[in-house]
Design a protein around this ligand. Structure first.
Ligand code: SF4
Length: 323
């Protein structure tokens, strides 16, 4: 309790209740301080906000647009239409509504226009092949490709995403379970600058718990429809998310301690500096000779497989765990 007004939000790790006004002030101050303290943007930056139409990305768009004058940056939205019937169109409507209110431009790119098929169509192929690759794996790789492409085409110098504390902790646990040390060392509040083709990514909500983002959107009236992607059931993240939330309920502050452990590890063990390397097929930044986008496209689309094979010879999908 700060002012004696009616409590709106319980902040468990503070062990205190805040009224709506003080909660909003506390929330916005922390996001602004994270952006300034970690120098997520520089004056004159053109910041593209990747907006899915969910609460986290809408909040990121709302706040960066609100702070743009103080930060001296220009802000616009980019969105990806994967082609998920009954889901994406509703989220895009919510995005357009907020963008209109804010007077922010939004650019939308679709899987269909970039790759020639929708995610729904891709999932039909994945299903026929026994889901050796999960829909979210394909979706994540394609989304990153499209977002980076639009951000670059539109002259962005930073690409902001809506990842919050819960997302970061879940990814940390998943990386730890897979012994993916490189992933742990590279996933921070700002990504390393690797060549001109990859727009550096920033995460203004990095320290903000998901529940607080939800409370903020409810108080501020930032609308997003409660529809869930039908493919979420295949995501490995679900059980991890459940487990992390259960421990947090028993032991408030657990998520912050996990994030702190990750940051300590990142400080002690520096990830080796990456030299920019490029996909031999499409020319986009890639750690491997063939990027994952081209690999998945070839796996899903016979015509694209021929394009890839013309350039690099035959592909052994089994080598990549795709058979
Ligand atoms: Fe894509 Fe998976 Fe998210 Fe659905 S749940 S939008 S398939 S990443």
């Amino acid at each position: 309790m700060v002012c004696g007004k009616r409590a709106s939000v319980f902040v468990s790790y503070l062990g205190d209740y805040l009224c709506a006004e003080h909660f909003v002030e506390y929330f916005e101050r922390r996001v602004f301080e994270a952006v300034s303290h970690f120098r997520l943007v520089r004056e004159g930056d053109r910041v593209a906000v990747a907006v899915s139409g969910g609460k986290d990305s809408l909040t990121t768009l709302y706040l960066l647009s609100k702070f743009s004058g103080r930060l001296g940056v220009e802000v616009f939205g980019i969105a990806v239409d994967e082609g998920i019937a009954g889901y994406r169109e509703h989220k895009l409507d919510a995005l357009r509504r907020l963008a209109d209110e804010l007077g922010v431009e939004v650019f939308v790119g679709s899987f269909k226009s970039y790759f020639g098929f929708t995610l729904d169509e891709a999932v039909n192929v994945l299903r026929e092949r026994g889901y050796v690759v999960k829909p979210c794996s394909v979706c994540g790789v394609f989304r990153r490709y499209v977002m980076n492409a639009i951000a670059r085409e539109r002259g962005a110098s930073r690409l902001a995403t809506g990842h919050n504390l819960d997302d970061e902790v879940q990814v940390f646990v998943m990386n730890a379970l897979k012994s993916h040390v490189d992933g742990i060392l590279r996933e921070g509040i700002v990504s390393e600058e690797v060549g001109a083709l990859l727009v550096p990514r920033i995460k203004p909500l990095y320290f903000i718990p998901e529940k607080e983002v939800l409370a903020y959107t409810l108080i501020k009236g930032i609308y997003t429809p409660f529809v869930e992607c039908p493919y979420i059931v295949y995501a490995m993240r679900r059980p991890v998310r459940r487990w992390v939330n259960e421990v947090e309920d028993e032991d408030p502050g657990f998520k912050y301690r996990l994030l702190a452990s990750k940051e300590l590890a990142r400080k002690k063990i520096k990830a080796p500096r990456k030299q920019p390397t490029y996909c031999r097929v499409c020319g986009e930044p890639s750690a491997n000779p063939v990027c994952k986008t081209c690999l998945y496209r070839a796996y899903l689309d016979e015509n694209y497989r021929l394009v890839v094979e013309k350039k690099i010879g035959s592909i052994n999908f089994a080598r990549y765990g795709l058979e």
